[in-house]
Design a protein around this ligand. Structure first.
Ligand code: FMN
Length: 222
């Protein structure tokens, strides 16, 4: 058979079928990868909200309660969440707004009240980061019955440390509906953020998280 001169003369040789197969394969591969890319979440889209603020949700936990509440918040906001121990400084620096949450285990301590990774992070990582101007909202989990005088104290510590770094603190809530006597997470008769009690009021946490996310939207957090 004479040598193919495609594209000019190939209509008269069997190579035209190979060429057509090749073209079909190219079209198929390019449309498949276009579809894949359209649905694959990039690192930035996972944390970008409808208004394009980059928002991260970070928690730490001993027995899982803080993670449950982080998930309620994440679902309400349409975002992902992560343990603060798994996050790099660069990821934090790339955010516009940050939601942070902790339990309280070290009762009545002045510092390191959380008893989790936060205790290290707040005093070794946070002071090295320039977070001034970033919006921060705090949540906490605690037990208002057994630790009536210390309810969610670690949330107050998170608030103080981020505020000290020049962050704009958002998401204060009413203390109505709780039975504690005292809390280091209160300022001027309000909680410094969302407080949940997975030990005594677990059935209220999801609704509280949804209401709080709505409130944060109203505050321009997202
Ligand atoms: C030894 C111990 C100390 C605690 N101290 C406090 C406290 O001071 N204030 C508080 O609100 N809750 C306190 N709690 C309750 C926990 O904070 C609560 O169960 C929380 O939901 C645990 O969250 P985690 O599962 O995310 O670690 C304490 C619990 C234990 C067992």
């Amino acid at each position: 058979m004479s040598r193919c001169k495609w594209p000019n003369n190939c209509s008269s040789c069997s190579h035209k079928f190979d060429i057509m197969k090749f073209i079909i394969a190219i079209v198929a591969v390019s449309s498949f990868s276009g579809t894949t890319l359209a649905f694959a979440p990039s690192a930035s889209s996972r944390i970008a909200t409808a208004l394009n603020a980059k928002v991260g949700i970070y928690y730490s936990t001993q027995t899982g309660n803080c993670e449950i509440v982080a998930e309620y918040i994440a679902q309400a906001a349409g975002l992902e969440f992560a343990d603060i121990g798994d996050v790099s400084d660069d990821m934090i620096l790339g955010l516009d707004s940050i939601i942070v949450g902790a339990p309280t285990w070290n009762t009545d301590e002045e510092e390191e009240r959380s008893g989790t990774e936060w205790d290290t992070w707040l005093y070794s990582s946070l002071p090295k980061l320039d977070l001034s101007g970033k919006k921060v909202a705090v949540f906490g989990v605690g037990d208002q019955q057994s630790y009536n005088d210390y309810y969610c104290d670690a949330a107050g510590e998170l608030y103080d440390q981020f505020k000290k770094c020049g962050c704009t603190m958002c998401g204060f809530t009413s203390i109505e509906g709780y039975e504690h006597s005292a809390s280091k997470a209160e300022r001027d008769g309000k909680f410094v953020g969302l407080m949940c009690d997975e030990d005594n009021q677990y059935d209220l946490s999801e609704g509280r998280a949804k209401d709080w996310v709505d409130q944060l939207k109203g505050e321009g957090f997202f």
